[in-house]
Design a protein around this ligand. Structure first.
Ligand SMILES: Nc1nc2c(ncn2[C@@H]2O[C@H](COP(=O)(O)OP(=O)(O)OP(=O)(O)O)[C@@H](O)[C@H]2O)c(=O)[nH]1
Ligand SMILES: [Mg+2]
Length: 446
């Protein structure tokens, strides 16, 4: 029987995707893996040097041969000792190596636990740790690029700069509170007001970039609605690039909701094709129409399709009057080929033909722009709802601070709150850092 490890908090997991592959990697992280490595591979590994090793089971039967890599703490992904065994990528053999690691005292890692350890050991901040998952989950090259930039620390750096500015402002306010010299007070308040205005502008710019990053992650929820036969399913098929939905000239062809995610310039657009809205006695169709109205409540954007030959009729007006207040709606006039009409765009009205494809590029661009996606993904950070909320809360606090010129204590308090919410984006703020800045920036002995 093998000796169990002293360090019970050693974690192990298969790092490669499930299924067959060229290589399968088992990864282990713990405070001290010397004994573990000896027991698993029968060798002492030199850090950062690939070495051909064998793994045996408890009956000394060979499980696999492969390359072992050892990263000694703190120079590893998690900041602890990390061992990676790169063996043959079959599910049975990889799981047998993992089972052997568990027998030797490691426990199965929780999802994200390696990255969590990296965060706890200051290898990554919170926003970077989140971008690791976003990079892996990226559904387009644009999303991957944004996540890679956030992982490199671009987003965190912007947040750190804002937090540093806030720290310095708070320090200046503290000094004003301590020394009542009117001339100094006036000069300083002017400077502080200027900095606050700058801060708000910076926050808005970061918020816009983060919002676009969030779009790349979350996507746009788009619902196609309109009377039967106007071409909703035909548009879905065009966007999807395949015959996803049944198209016929029979009114009421689509009954159930049909969902498809398509990528427009790397932005995931979750399209829902719906049953055409009309008065009907058909029970199935009525149930479908119910679902259409439910889908509308969950959408960010609605495309109300009409037959270009008829334009917006009373029936469309009736649909529009039932749409939720605030739902952005574009009116798409389809079948312009039947009218020999050119493609055109007028504010929220698009003229297209799903049959010929005319007008679809302009429509796609418009969908992206109303959702908030402008030009390319350069300078965009991968952001989550949590980050957007923090940025907006910070804007609220700083705007409130701007209104407290006569009450510096309250201004300082608002700035403290702004700093706190921003700090939460990358990780907890170090309370001592404020004191450090106060003493280093100002000559207290004066
Ligand atoms: N000429 C022409 N016909 C089109 C165009 N788009 C769709 N159609 C035709 O219009 C008919 C209805 O198209 P669908 O896509 O099934 O319409 P729908 O809005 O999904 O209809 P329901 O599912 O019944 O609500 C089909 O015969 C299509 O071939 C177009 O741009 N030009
Ligand atoms: Mg349809």
């Amino acid at each position: 029987m093998d000796q169990p490890l002293i360090d019970a908090d050693t974690i192990a997991a298969v790092a490669t995707a499930a299924g067959r592959g060229g290589i399968g990697i088992v990864r282990v992280s713990g405070r001290n893996l010397s004994l573990f490595t000896q027991q698993l591979l029968g060798v002492d590994l030199k850090p950062r040097q690939a070495q051909l090793c064998s793994v045996y089971d408890e009956d000394s039967q060979l499980i696999d041969q492969g390359l072992a890599l050892f990263f000694a703490a703190p120079h590893s992904y998690t900041g602890q000792d990390v061992l990676e065994f790169q063996g043959h990528g079959g599910p049975v053999v990889v799981n047998a190596v993992l089972r052997r690691c568990l027998q030797l005292g490691a426990r199965l890692a929780q999802p994200g636990e390696f990255t969590q350890r990296a965060f706890l050991n200051d290898k990554l901040d919170l926003a970077q740790a989140e971008s690791v998952a976003d990079l892996i989950d990226a559904s387009s090259i644009e999303a991957a690029r944004c996540a890679a930039r956030s992982l490199r620390g671009d987003f965190s750096q912007k947040i750190h700069d804002l937090v540093a500015t806030l720290t310095s402002l708070r320090a200046q306010i503290e000094t004003l509170l301590d020394f009542s010299d009117e001339a100094l007070e006036f000069m300083q308040s002017e400077r502080i007001a200027g900095k606050l205005t700058q801060l708000v502008a910076q926050l808005h710019a970061i918020d816009r970039a983060a919002q676009r990053g969030s779009l790349l992650r979350e996507g746009i929820h788009l619902v196609l609605i309109g009377q039967p036969n106007v071409g909703k399913s035909s548009l879905l098929n065009r966007l999807a690039g395949e015959e996803r939905a049944i198209v016929t000239d029979i009114a009421g062809t689509t009954r159930d909701l049909i969902r498809e995610t398509v990528l427009l310039r790397g932005v995931p657009v979750h399209v829902i094709d719906t049953a055409g809205l009309q008065e009907t006695l058909d029970i199935v169709e009525r149930a479908g129409i119910e679902r259409t109205w439910q889908a509308i409540t969950q959408a960010n954007l609605a495309l109300l399709m009409v037959d270009a030959q008829n334009g917006v009729t009373e029936k469309e007006e009736a649909i529009i009057s039932r749409l939720p207040v605030g739902l952005t709606t574009l009116v798409v006039h389809n079948k312009i080929d039947l009218l020999d009409m050119p493609v055109k765009t007028e504010t929220n009205h698009h003229y297209i033909s799903t049959k010929s494809g005319a007008g679809l590029t302009a429509l796609s661009e418009h969908i992206l722009s109303v959702a908030g996606w402008h030009n390319q993904s350069n300078g965009v950070f991968m952001a989550r709802e949590r980050h957007l909320q923090a940025l907006r809360q910070a804007i609220v606090h700083i705007t409130a601070a701007q209104q407290q010129e006569q009450a510096l204590e309250l201004m300082a308090e608002e700035l403290r709150c702004a700093q706190q919410v921003l700090g939460d984006i990358t990780g907890p703020v170090d309370a001592d850092s404020l004191l450090g800045v106060i003493f280093s920036e100002f000559c207290i002995g004066k």
